[in-house]
Unconditional design. Structure first.
Length: 154
């Protein structure tokens, strides 16, 4: 059995259950596996999206071709993630290890306190009010052929 399939897949429920158990016992040990599984899933979805952009032909496409391509994409994505892939797993592992090492109090201390002395920004920018001068009202008049005009009285 090769090294990739022994790691398990994000679609294999037994491997997923084992990964959940590992994470419950020792979260730091399951971080790398979790990051690799996420990267593999991300790569597979990216490959699936790329395949969807290719025009399909009835000459070479069989009934089960799509299923086999999905299986190949899954194995290829697992292989790519195991070998380093795009580096997404490395970045996620670093981020999760930092989060595991940091206590709640440390995280709260890192937050930037909001400055209450800074002026608040208005939700809607202030606008100059429209003038009620007749010349301005005339400029905004909408002509409706055969319709009711504001100045007309019945």
């Amino acid at each position: 059995m090769n090294d990739i399939s022994s790691t398990g897949s994000y679609l294999d429920f037994n491997a997923l259950t084992q990964l959940k158990g590992d994470a419950a016992r020792d979260p730091s040990k399951a971080v790398r596996k979790t990051a690799e599984q996420f990267e593999a899933y991300f790569i597979q979805q990216m490959m699936k999206s790329m395949r969807d952009t290719i025009e399909k032909s009835d000459l070479v496409e069989g009934g089960n071709m799509e299923m086999y391509q999905d299986l190949m994409d899954k194995e290829l994505s697992l292989s790519m993630a195991k070998r380093g892939g795009m580096g997404l797993a490395d970045m996620m592992e670093r981020q999760m290890n930092q989060a595991l090492a940091m206590s709640t109090q440390d995280a709260l201390r890192q937050r930037q306190p909001m400055s209450l002395s800074a002026p608040a920004l208005p939700l809607n920018p202030a606008r100059e009010p429209l003038s009620h001068k007749p010349s301005v009202q005339e400029a905004y008049r909408i002509e409706r052929p055969g319709g009711f005009k504001l100045g007309d009285r019945p």
